[in-house]
Design a protein around this ligand. Structure first.
Ligand SMILES: [Zn+2]
Length: 143
């Protein structure tokens, strides 16, 4: 299994090509931002409580412990598309609970997330970073 540092290095080396081959209607900057988030913070290895990406969350990594308990290492979290969706949905659920708690404490927020091409491109960046991680895992598993 490649180390977290190897995953990050390979992903960073593949970033320019990934941006270059991005289909034209998708904006490149949100894609690159999503790609970096997918490389450093929302990686499949969040299924390990002590992985580099998990530790990178600092104190907030406590919120990722249930994710690591729910998803055994290299299980569903390491499936193409599905794994990335589990992390994005998990993070959205955490944010929802946090906003609900704040709302009950009297802090009211109006958050509107217009789902345009920028967000689509951001999620595409997360997905591509995820796929490169999975390819590397598969390569080292068989090699
Ligand atoms: Zn992995």
């Amino acid at each position: 299994m490649p180390s977290g540092r190897v995953h990050e290095t390979v992903n960073l080396l593949a970033l320019p090509a990934s941006v270059y081959f991005l289909p034209e209607p998708l904006p490149k900057l949100p894609f690159a931002a999503g790609y970096l988030v997918g490389t450093f913070w929302l990686t499949p290895d969040l299924d390990l409580a002590t992985s580099r990406p998990s530790r990178r969350w600092g104190l907030l990594r406590l919120f990722w412990l249930p994710y690591a308990w729910l998803f055994p290492h290299r299980g569903l979290s390491h499936r193409p598309l599905l794994g990335a969706f589990t992390r994005v949905l998990y993070l959205a659920a955490l944010a929802g609970v946090g906003l609900w708690l704040l709302d009950n404490l009297g802090y009211h927020f109006q958050i509107g997330l217009p789902l345009g091409q920028g967000w689509l491109s951001f999620f595409a960046g997360i997905l591509v970073a995820d796929l490169i991680h999975l390819l590397l895992d598969t390569f080292f598993e068989k090699g």
